[in-house]
Design a protein around this ligand. Structure first.
Ligand code: ZN
Ligand code: ZN
Length: 757
C-alpha cells in the first residue's frame, strides 16, 4: 500500500502490466476493497485483470460478484483464455452451481480449449460434482497432455460417484505411465477400496502411502480411518489415528462417531474428553456424536456438562447439537428438559420432532406423543418410519383404534405402509386394539417380514387367547426359514398357557432349549407356571419354581397364586401370597386375592387378619383406571370417579344394569371388596369399578350393536368379570376388555378366556 501511494504521488506512471501485478498483490494480501478500487480506476483492463479479481472474489466466497465480473469480461469482448475458464468453473463448483458448467463447455469446445490440461481438469471436477461421469471421462480422454492433477481428478470423480472399479483402473493406468499419486489420489483410491470391500488392495496402497510419505496427511489419514473402521479392524484404525496429526477436529470427530455408533459409547466419551485436553475445539458433528454416546449411556451428569460446553462454544442453536441434547435428556428420563430445548430451538427439523415423539412414547406419555405428532403434521413436516412406529406404539398403548387407523391411512398415503418397521408396529397396534383380524391382514400383505413381524403376530394371537392360530404362525415361521428367538418362545409359551394347550406347551418348553439352544428366562418360566397351574398341576408348578436356577420373581408367584384361587387350594395359595408379600409387602392385588380365597373357603378369621394387616401397613391402592376411545378422544375413568361431565347418564345406566343383572339372578361377589363395610355398601363400591363406568359411558356414546372396547391398567376383578359376561348377554353387545394380562372377549354370556386369567 505504501508502494501504491508512492506510485500515485509520482503521477500514476504504471502501465497495464504493472497495474495487474499491483492488483494481484492486493488480492494475495486479501485487501479486496483496495483491489476493487484499483480495478475501477484502471484506464484500461485486459483478461488478466479480470481473472485476478475473479480469483479474489472466489477466495473471499463472493461468488455472485465473481460471476458478474465474468459476464462483464465477456461483454466487453476480452479474450476468453484457459485461465478464464478454469477460474469460472471453480467458482461454479464452489457455489454448487456445477450444472452451469454445461453452458461453458460448448464455448470451451468452440474455442478449442478442451484439450488443455487445466481447463479439462476443471471440467472434470464440475461434471464430477453433478454426477455426469461419462462426460467427465470424455473430457479426460480428450485432454492432450494429462498431468498428475488431471489423473487425480478422474480417480476422484469415479470414487465420489461410486464407480469404484473404474477408479482403481484409472489409478493403476496412472501408475503404469509413471505419475506419482498425491494425497487426493490416495484418498480417492481408499474410498474406492472401501466401496469394493477390496481390503487387500487397500493394504498394498497403504504401503505406497508410507513410501510416498503421505501418512501424516490429513486427507489420507481420514481415508485410512474410514478404511479400517469399515473393514472392522478397529485396532489398525486406532494405530492410524494415533499417528496422524491431531490438531484438526476431523479425525477426532470421525473416531468419536464410529465408537458412538458401534456400541462403544464409553470409549467415545473418553475420546471426547481426551480431545478436549488436547485443546481441539469440537464442532457440531463432534458434539452430536459424543452426545449420542452419552444418551446411550444414560449419563445425565456428563450430559449436563456437555450442555454447558455447547453453550460456551456457541453451538446451542445448531440443529444437530440441539437434537442430540434433546435425545440425551429424553433418554435420561428428563423429558421436560428436552421439551424446553425443543420449544426454544428456532430451527427445528423433522429429527427434532421425531426425537420428542419417541421420547414421550419411551417415557409412557402416549397422549403427549400423539398430540405432538398432530402438531408436526400441521407444520407440514415429514414423518419417518421411526415417527410412524412410535405413534402407532402410542396408539396401541392407549388402544386408540380410531387414531391408529387414521395413522395407518396416512402411512399408506405417504408410501410408508410397505415399510417393515411400520408394518410391525401396525400388527402390534391392531392386535392391542382388539382387532386381531386386521393385524393378520397387515401381516399377510407385508412385503418383507423379519423376526419382529413373526413375533408380533404370535404374541397378538396369544393375547387374544387364540393359541392354535399362534402355533400355526410359529410353524409357518420355521417353514420359511426364520430363526425363533427368546421373544418368539415367550409368545409361543404364553399362547399355550393362555389357551390351556397343556401338552404342546410342555413340548415347546423342552424343545426350546434342546433344539434351539435358548436358555429359559423368567418370562418363559412364568408362562409354564401358569400353564401347569391352570391345568390343575399346582404342585408341579410349585416344584418348577423351586428348580429355577435364578431368583424367582414376583411374577412367578403371582401366576401360581392365580392358579391356586381357580382350584381352591388355600395352602399353596397362602404360601405363594407369602412369597409375593415378602418381595412386595404393600402389594394390594395380592391382599385382595388372598382375602378372596379365604372368603371362598369361609375362613373369616383370616379375612379379617388380612384387613388388619393392610390397615397397619397403611397401604395405598394403585388406582384402577379404565379408558375408552370415542371419536378419536380417549376418555379416562378411575374407580369411584364422579368427575366425568356425563356422570348423570352414566349413573342412570349403572342403576339400570344393576337391576337387570339382579333380575337375571346375578349375585355380587362381595369378597372382592376388602373394606369393612355393610354388604349393601360393598355392592355399591363394586358398581363404581372403573371398567363399569367406562362400559356405561360406551353404551350410550357408541352406536347400538357395535363392539365396545375398554382398556384397564390392572387385572379385572372376579365380580366385574362375572358381571361383564352377563351384561354382554343382556344388552347383546360384544365387549372387549384388555386388562394388564390379556384380552377378554365377552360375547353372549361367555368370555374368551374361559374364566382362566
Ligand atoms: Zn371389578
Ligand atoms: Zn375373561
Amino acid at each position: 500500500m505504501g508502494l501504491h501511494s508512492e506510485i500515485l504521488k509520482r503521477g500514476n506512471c504504471l502501465d497495464l502490466f504493472a497495474t495487474n501485478i499491483l492488483l494481484n498483490m492486493y488480492v494475495k494480501a486479501q485487501l479486496l476493497s483496495e483491489a476493487e478500487i484499483l480495478f475501477d480506476e484502471m484506464p484500461e483492463r485486459n483478461t488478466i485483470s479480470f481473472v485476478t479479481l475473479i480469483q479474489g472474489y472466489t477466495q473471499s466466497l463472493q461468488f455472485v460478484e465473481a460471476v458478474g465480473l465474468f459476464t462483464r469480461l465477456h461483454g466487453e469482448g476480452h479474450e476468453l483464455n484457459p485461465f478464464v475458464f478454469t477460474s469460472i468453473l471453480k467458482v461454479l463448483v464452489s457455489m454448487e452451481w456445477a450444472e452451469l458448467g454445461w453452458n461453458f463447455h460448448a464455448c470451451i469446445y468452440k474455442l478449442g480449449h478442451e484439450s488443455n490440461a487445466f481447463v479439462g481438469t476443471a471440467l472434470i471436477d464440475a461434471y464430477s460434482v453433478c454426477g455426469c461421469v461419462d462426460f467427465a471421462r470424455e473430457v479426460f480422454d480428450g485432454v492432450r497432455c494429462k498431468d498428475m492433477v488431471t489423473w487425480t481428478g478422474m480417480v476422484a470423480c469415479y470414487a465420489e460417484n461410486d464407480f469404484f472399479e473404474e477408479a482403481l483402473q484409472v489409478f493403476s493406468q496412472m501408475r503404469l505411465i509413471g505419475f506419482k499419486p498425491n494425497n487426493f489420489t490416495f484418498a480417492g483410491v481408499f474410498k474406492a477400496c472401501v466401496g469394493l470391500e477390496a481390503f487387500d488392495v487397500a493394504k498394498g496402497v497403504h504401503g505406497c502411502v508410507l513410501k510416498a510419505r503421505y501418512e501424516l496427511d490429513i486427507y489420507v489419514g481420514v481415508a485410512l480411518l474410514e478404511l479400517y473402521t469399515k473393514s472392522g479392524n478397529i485396532g489398525n484404525a486406532q494405530r492410524v489415528f494415533e499417528e496422524i496429526p491431531k490438531k484438526d477436529v476431523i479425525p477426532w470427530s470421525f473416531m468419536i462417531s464410529r465408537f458412538a455408533q458401534s456400541n462403544q459409547s464409553e470409549v467415545a466419551v473418553s475420546l471426547f474428553c481426551r480431545m478436549r485436553r488436547a485443546f481441539v475445539v469440537p464442532n457440531q458433528f463432534t458434539f452430536a456424536s459424543a452426545l449420542q454416546a452419552c444418551a446411550t449411556l444414560g449419563d445425565i451428569e456428563f450430559g449436563k456438562q456437555m450442555h454447558g460446553l455447547v453453550l460456551k462454544v456457541g453451538l446451542a442453536l445448531d440443529v444437530f447439537v440441539s437434537n442430540a441434547l434433546m435425545d440425551v435428556y429424553a433418554k435420561c428420563g428428563r423429558i421436560e428438559d428436552s421439551m424446553q430445548l425443543f420449544e426454544k430451538s428456532i430451527n427445528r427439523n423433522d429429527v427434532s420432532w421425531n426425537t420428542m415423539i419417541v421420547g414421550y412414547v419411551h417415557c409412557g406419555d402416549a397422549v403427549k406423543a400423539l398430540g405432538l405428532f398432530l402438531e408436526m403434521l400441521e407444520n407440514r413436516l415429514l414423518a419417518t418410519e421411526v415417527t410412524y412406529s412410535s405413534v402407532l406404539c402410542a396408539s396401541a398403548s392407549l388402544a386408540a383404534l380410531e387414531l391408529g387407523t387414521q395413522i395407518h391411512s396416512l402411512a399408506i398415503k405417504t408410501n410408508y405402509a410397505k415399510n417393515t418397521i411400520v408394518d410391525n408396529a401396525l400388527i402390534d397396534m391392531y392386535s392391542k386394539c382388539g382387532r386381531i383380524r386386521d393385524a393378520r391382514l397387515v401381516f399377510d400383505i407385508m412385503n418383507e417380514r423379519d423376526e419382529v413381524s413373526w413375533n408380533a403376530m404370535i404374541s397378538g394371537y396369544s393375547m387374544h387367547g387364540l393359541g392354535i392360530e399362534a402355533l400355526k404362525i410359529f410353524q409357518m415361521m420355521q417353514d420359511r426359514g426364520y430363526k425363533p428367538n427368546t421373544l418368539t418362545f415367550v409368545g409361543v409359551l404364553s399362547a399355550c398357557s393362555n389357551s390351556g394347550l397343556f401338552d404342546q406347551g410342555q413340548d415347546y418348553f423342552t424343545s426350546m432349549f434342546q433344539d434351539y439352544g435358548i436358555e429359559p428366562c423368567i418370562e418363559h418360566y412364568s408362562c409354564m407356571v401358569w400353564l401347569l397351574g391352570r391345568s390343575g398341576h399346582l404342585y408341579k408348578a410349585a416344584k418348577l419354581i423351586e428348580e429355577i436356577p435364578f431368583e424367582p420373581s414376583v411374577m412367578l408367584w403371582r401366576a401360581l397364586l392365580g392358579a391356586c384361587i381357580i382350584h381352591n387350594n388355600v395352602e399353596l395359595g397362602r404360601l405363594s401370597a407369602q412369597r409375593i408379600l415378602e418381595m412386595e409387602p404393600r402389594d394390594e392385588a395380592t391382599h385382595v386375592l388372598l382375602s378372596n380365597m379365604y372368603a371362598i373357603a369361609r375362613r373369616w378369621e383370616n379375612v379379617s387378619a388380612i384387613r388388619q394387616s393392610m390397615k397397619k401397613k397403611g397401604m395405598k391402592k394403585e388406582p384402577g383406571l379404565s379408558w375408552v376411545e370415542n371419536h378419536g378422544r380417549v376418555h379416562y375413568f378411575s374407580v369411584g370417579d364422579t368427575s366425568h361431565p356425563d356422570m348423570k347418564v352414566i349413573n342412570g345406566i349403572l342403576e339400570w344394569l344393576n337391576m337387570r343383572t339382579r333380575r337375571a339372578g346375578f349375585v355380587p361377589n362381595c369378597h372382592a371388596v376388602l373394606l369393612h363395610v355393610e354388604d349393601k355398601e360393598k355392592e355399591r363400591l363394586l358398581w363404581v369399578h372403573s371398567e363399569r363406568l367406562a362400559l356405561a359411558f360406551a353404551m350410550f356414546r357408541t352406536p347400538s350393536g357395535s363392539q365396545i372396547r375398554i382398556i384397564k391398567n390392572l387385572r379385572i376383578c372376579v365380580d366385574c368379570h362375572a358381571a361383564m359376561k352377563l351384561i354382554s348377554k343382556i344388552v347383546q353387545r360384544d365387549i372387549i376388555i384388555r386388562d394388564m394380562n390379556r384380552f377378554h372377549h365377552f360375547q353372549d354370556g361367555i368370555c374368551s378366556c374361559g374364566d382362566y386369567w
